[in-house]
Design a binder for this molecule. Structure first.
Ligand SMILES: Nc1ncnc2c1ncn2[C@@H]1O[C@H](COP(=O)(O)OP(=O)(O)OP(=O)(O)O)[C@@H](O)[C@H]1O
Length: 279
């Protein structure tokens, strides 16, 4: 089941996302280059859900930055829907750990925001926003402001905000990292329900291996920094999934052990580096 990823070849639809030999170097304050990720090669198919795990600070968010066009690759290529990324590509949605909701706008206006930015008229945008507010279970809260909502409710707003523009690529950087365990599991189920059938390719960065396996079609294990792809493991658990149920199955536990064996080595390398720095 464990497979090193190789680039797909031949005819067929372009991958939703393609990184080939992608390396990112930043310049540190004193002008020396610092390599954040190296030689990352990965393809994500349309409609596929890929989770990325790796030790802390290895370069997971940097990988997302290259796909989103927020940063350019120093070497290698990055493509979205077959086109080289040069600036922020169309059709890409985001969800981050911090709230992207605007505190001075109510739920309706926050959810309608992406459509309004794209020039849609207020009536049409509000209609679609009300529909999405219903889908995320917030009907009746349209007039509330973010500070009047719980953390889970704000995440529901963020999910509606990200999905209302029907992105073909959805980038998620530890979106549920700040939530309590119960809310987090609920949000994972909600996300799967909302995502299924959208055809969006998802890249979900997380520190939580259980979350990664519960959600993904494939789990990508990154090495200690500067990260490169170490393993890509196919998660052949049936969908639709209820995350709190599949976690208890022998297949899930087997996958967990297999991926953790690979990830643990990288975590230990990272910890040893940290220890040597403070020694
Ligand atoms: N704009 C930047 N300039 C300089 N260094 C950066 C920049 N962005 C990230 N880095 C460095 O690149 C490395 C990888 O950072 P990144 O945030 O991608 O890791 P991560 O795996 O997402 O981290 P975490 O697990 O803590 O969320 C880190 O050492 C970080 O300090």
């Amino acid at each position: 089941m464990t497979q090193m990823h190789s680039s797909a070849s031949g005819a067929g639809p372009a991958p939703a996302i393609s990184l080939s030999g992608a390396t990112k170097r930043f310049l540190t304050k004193d002008g020396t280059p610092f390599t954040a990720i190296r030689d990352v090669t990965l393809e994500v198919a349309p409609g596929e859900f890929v989770a990325v795990v790796g030790p802390t600070g290895c370069g997971k968010s940097t990988t997302l930055s290259l796909i989103s066009g927020l940063e350019g690759a120093s070497e290698g290529t990055v493509e979205v829907a077959g086109a080289a990324v040069d600036g922020i590509p169309d059709g890409v949605g985001y969800m981050f750990q911090g709230d992207a909701v605007l505190p001075w706008k109510n739920v309706l206006d926050n959810v309608a925001l992406g459509l309004r930015f794209r020039g849609m008229g207020r009536r049409e945008a509000d209609g679609l926003a009300r529909d999405w507010i219903g889908r995320v279970g917030l009907t009746g809260f349209e007039d509330r402001y973010p500070h009047q909502l719980s953390g889970g409710m704000r995440k529901r707003v963020a999910m509606a905000q990200s999905l209302i523009t029907e992105p073909s690529v959805l980038l998620l950087d530890e979106p549920f990292g700040a939530l309590d365990v119960q809310t987090r599991e609920l949000m994972q189920d909600e996300l799967l329900g909302l995502w299924s059938g959208t055809g969006a390719a998802c890249v979900f960065v997380t520190h939580d291996l259980t979350e990664a396996i519960s959600l993904a079609d494939r789990v990508v294990v990154m090495t200690a920094g500067p990260a490169t792809v170490k393993d890509v493991v196919t998660v052949d658990l049936p969908r639709p999934r209820r995350v709190e149920e599949i976690r208890l199955t022998p297949e899930f536990i087997e996958l967990y052990k297999r991926i953790w064996d690979s990830l643990r080595e990288e975590v230990e390398i990272t910890r040893a580096r940290g220890a040597s720095r403070v020694a």
